[in-house]
Unconditional design. Structure first.
Length: 435
């Protein structure tokens, strides 16, 4: 297994751009495949997860040409997909598996969705239940784990209230709803990211959102289009975090997606005292996009719980890793979902932050990370001989950033796991890092 040394640094300074948003890239690719006519997607995510979605679509007969971050997709229309002769492999991508489950439920052929060892341990029951209510036939290991064997069926629209907030489950139901005659209606307990709703409207579907409720008319005629993906705010958070960890930092990040269902993390950082500025805000293809600037500041700390957890779920690892660098620490509650991500993120964060000397209390649904007031340390963390991300890209990046401000060298195990979401992470970091 490869390892990477993380050396202490003084600051991050300069200007960077980040890859296209993962969530949006998945959705645009799927809808472009179902559209009539060609589509062109600029600034498509470089993440391995998003490449998995493209490969699965190729296996179902969609013509795709990719030149770096520009993707051209020949739409086959709503009924033009073909049965793959092999299993559709989602790799490590839960988004690919859950969304394609919805897509495949309404086809006139059978499919098998699988993934790597980590993904095959992640629960899929929340997707299976509503899809079966729509008429899909899905066989799964122990009724909830991949591989998923999906027998395509004629689907019916449903009215469904999600038991737990999940943008991926919501998206799977909406994708299935396109193949049902009539209106599919959803209600979320907490509003989650709405990229699927925006993309459906952009491609021509009849869809209406009102707070936590979404209604989609089935059998839409989607039209191919030219579009572009904004920068991924869930990737930007690691560089915002680095600027807040390292004194003297001043950083500019251009072209970041600022969708209101994703930007709650910026509000939280500002509440803690982070000097984040947002400029040049504009609407592009239904999504808000703008530039971010940040400089170092001492943070007060804070608590994340309730409805805000769902809106910051991908950013929570980095926020937890900021805890030792704040005055009062960071507390995260109501985040049991973190235990069934690519790893048990609560346990992984607690283990690795403790290895760096942090005081961490692990909770069933979150954790408390002590700040400077409790520890009395001038340098909050020390280097760790082993940082084990457990194969989880967000744990690896969050702990790397925390280690930049530590006293002494740290060693990150399995740095390659970061490629599933942000293969340019270390190159981008080195470009602005000053030691």
């Amino acid at each position: 297994m490869a390892k990477k040394k993380i050396l202490p640094a003084h600051e991050v300074s300069g200007a960077i751009s980040i890859p296209g948003d993962k969530s949006i890239s998945h959705r645009l690719a799927i809808l472009a495949a179902l559209a009539e006519g060609p589509s062109e997607i600029a600034h498509y995510s470089s993440a391995e997860d998003c490449a998995r979605t493209l490969e699965c679509l190729r296996r179902m007969g969609v013509v795709i040409d990719r030149q770096q971050d520009l993707v051209r997709i020949g739409g086959v229309g709503l009924t033009g997909l073909r049965r793959s002769r092999r299993k559709l492999d989602a790799g490590n991508s839960g988004t690919t598996m859950r969304m394609l489950a919805g897509l495949l439920a309404g086809q006139n052929f059978d499919s098998t969705l699988t993934g790597d060892e980590s993904l095959r341990r992640r629960p899929m029951r929340r997707v299976i239940v509503p899809l079966e209510q729509m008429g899909a036939k899905i066989a799964a290991r122990e009724r909830q784990f991949a591989p998923l064997e999906i027998s395509g069926a004629v689907l019916k629209p449903i009215e469904y209230t999600l038991p737990k907030p999940s943008a991926q489950v919501k998206s799977a139901i909406l994708l299935a709803g396109m193949f049902a005659a009539g209106e599919t209606a959803l209600v979320e307990p907490v509003r989650t990211r709405d990229h699927t709703e925006i993309a459906l409207a952009e491609f021509g579907a009849s869809i209406a959102s009102n707070g936590k409720a979404v209604r989609l008319m089935g059998r839409p005629r989607l039209t191919g289009r030219q579009t572009s993906v904004p920068g991924d705010i869930s990737s930007a958070i690691f560089f915002l975090g680095a600027a807040l960890v390292l004194p003297g930092s001043e950083l500019f990040i251009g072209g970041v997606g600022l969708n209101p269902t994703r930007a709650a993390v910026l509000d939280f950082l500002v509440q803690m005292g982070a000097p984040v500025r947002i400029v040049n805000v504009q609407m592009q293809n239904g999504e808000l996009v703008g530039d971010l600037s940040i400089r170092h500041a001492l943070l007060e700390g804070g608590t994340i719980c309730g409805a805000s957890v769902a809106q910051m779920i991908d950013e929570l690892p980095m926020l937890a890793a900021l805890g030792p660098y704040t005055e009062r620490g960071i507390e995260i509650r109501d985040a049991g979902e973190l235990r069934v991500k690519e790893s048990d993120r609560i346990a992984a964060l607690a283990e690795n932050l403790r290895r760096m000397g942090a005081q961490v209390e692990e909770l069933p649904d979150g954790l408390r990370v002590a700040g400077r007031a409790a520890t009395g340390r001038t340098v909050p963390l020390r280097g760790a001989e082993i940082i084990d991300p457990r194969g989880d890209h967000r744990i690896a990046m969050a702990c790397t950033v925390a280690a930049l401000g530590a006293e002494g060298e740290s060693v990150l195990q399995d740095p390659g796991c970061i490629a599933v979401s942000f293969p340019e992470f270390f190159a981008t970091l080195e470009a602005v890092l000053k030691r």
